[in-house]
Design a protein around this ligand. Structure first.
Ligand SMILES: *Cc1c(COP(=O)(O)O)cnc(C)c1O
Ligand SMILES: [Zn+2]
Length: 402
């Protein structure tokens, strides 16, 4: 197939190679995730950014020889917001928030979906799908609708209507599945193979490729002056792997001279990667009885968990877990600086606060928190905050304001 460059997929554990002209997602020997070979040469296409998609601007870092612009919904190119107020409050000099709520379906998942769907369409697939608890489901449903592809969305059976409707509105084949969520991930690949459906699940190779653009944009937004830490709320482990790979590839290409330390931030109510890290284990095991307000990062069996442990090890980053109380506090702080993220998206700020208190992060260091999705996706969190308003008659208004 001549629509893709000559690169391979490679097993993240045993390095076995696989061709990229197939929908291959995991190694048939060790069952670990596959990824695209590291890019060693590339530059940024600095054309008109208003007339570019992320896949075009960073085309050298994707394996596509031609790009189907019609698949895009205008994902990426999100803001990087500095907050002096929060930085002062927690005692650090520079703190930034990568505001992924600005994406077409209000989460960073859109970056991975666009890369996955480019690949699926190149391979000739007419049907796509995903397994998700929320944000990835709406993302894949939206891009499936844009591309006019039949789209299967498998969600777990107890999903709240508040989450179901924002997926259903795009009109996919939306199926609530009763069964183990971890098994559903592998089962979907099997169903995909049997029925010619390309499942753009949480950590498939092209989704990781799309997530690299978060790192690329941060580099450009900070004039290539790399921060000390990138803090990523982590569930399946796709986003954090993509961001780390992005920095690594920019360094390979001489665009930056160092890579930041990557911090894997989890909710203590569902922290399988943090638990394995703390126990110095190289294997993540299922987290029993998970319970956290940060639903979006509540995967008890992260499919990229082992790879995240390997990556944190070579990157010299760390793992941290924060309680629901700390998450809600951070959500409020974040909102009071003008950014409304959902509980999962406040986890990085709670993590920075904690690591600063422990003096792991030093006062003069710089950190970027990834605000992965909007607070409007989970309005039930409102009742955890002490939200106030006042009332009066119009004739008393000027008195009250004085
Ligand atoms: C999916 C998601 C995450 C976690 O990303 P993974 O790739 O599964 O680790 C974090 N925050 C939000 C809001 C998400 O939707
Ligand atoms: Zn392998």
């Amino acid at each position: 197939m001549q629509s893709m460059k000559e690169v391979n997929l490679i097993c993240t554990k045993c390095n076995k190679k696989f061709p990229i002209d197939q929908a291959h997602f995991r190694c048939d020997i060790c069952n670990e995730p596959l990824e695209l070979e590291e890019i060693k040469e590339g530059r940024i296409r600095k054309d008109n950014v208003f007339n570019q998609t992320i896949i075009e601007r960073y085309a050298d870092f994707f394996p596509f020889l031609d790009i189907d612009e019609d698949l895009s919904l205008g994902e990426g190119f999100t803001g990087l917001v500095e907050s002096n107020k929060i930085a002062r409050e927690i005692g650090i000099e520079n703190l930034y928030f990568k505001n992924e709520t600005q994406n077409p379906t209000w989460s960073f998942k859109d970056r991975g979906t666009i890369a996955g769907i480019q690949h699926a369409v190149k391979l000739g697939y007419k049907t796509i799908g995903t397994v998700s608890t929320g944000n990835m489901a709406s993302s894949v449903a939206a891009y499936g609708a844009k591309a006019n592809l039949k789209t299967y969305i498998f969600v777990y059976k107890d999903i709240a209507d508040e989450k179901l409707n924002p997926i259903a509105i795009y009109n996919p084949r939306l199926i609530k599945v009763d069964g183990d969520y971890g098994k559903l991930y592998l089962e979907s690949f099997k169903i995909g193979e049997e029925n010619n459906i390309y499942f753009i699940n949480s950590d498939v190779p092209f989704r990781i490729e799309g997530y690299k653009t978060i790192a690329f944009e941060i580099c450009e937004q900070l004039d290539f002056d790399i921060p000390d830490y990138i803090v990523v709320p982590t569930s399946a482990g796709g986003d954090i792997r993509g961001i780390e790979k992005g920095f690594r590839e920019f360094k390979n290409c001489g665009l930056i001279d160092k890579t930041p330390k990557i911090i894997c931030a989890q909710a203590s109510g569902c922290s399988p990667i943090y638990t394995a890290y703390k126990e110095k284990s190289d294997t993540v095991i299922k987290y029993e009885n998970p319970s956290t307000i940060a639903h979006a990062i509540g995967n008890p069996t992260p499919p990229s968990g082992n790879q995240v442990l390997r990556m944190i090890n070579w990157n010299r980053g760390t793992c941290v877990a924060v309680s629901d109380e700390e998450i809600i506090e951070a959500q409020g702080m974040l909102a009071r600086t003008g950014i409304f993220g959902q509980p999962a998206s406040a986890v990085p700020l709670a993590a920075v606060k904690k690591l600063r208190e422990e003096d792991y992060i030093k006062k003069e260091e710089r950190a970027v928190c990834i605000v992965t999705s909007t607070g409007l996706k989970y309005t039930a969190a409102f009742k955890k905050h002490n939200l106030r308003f006042e009332e009066c008659n119009i004739k008393d208004l000027s008195k009250i304001v004085k």
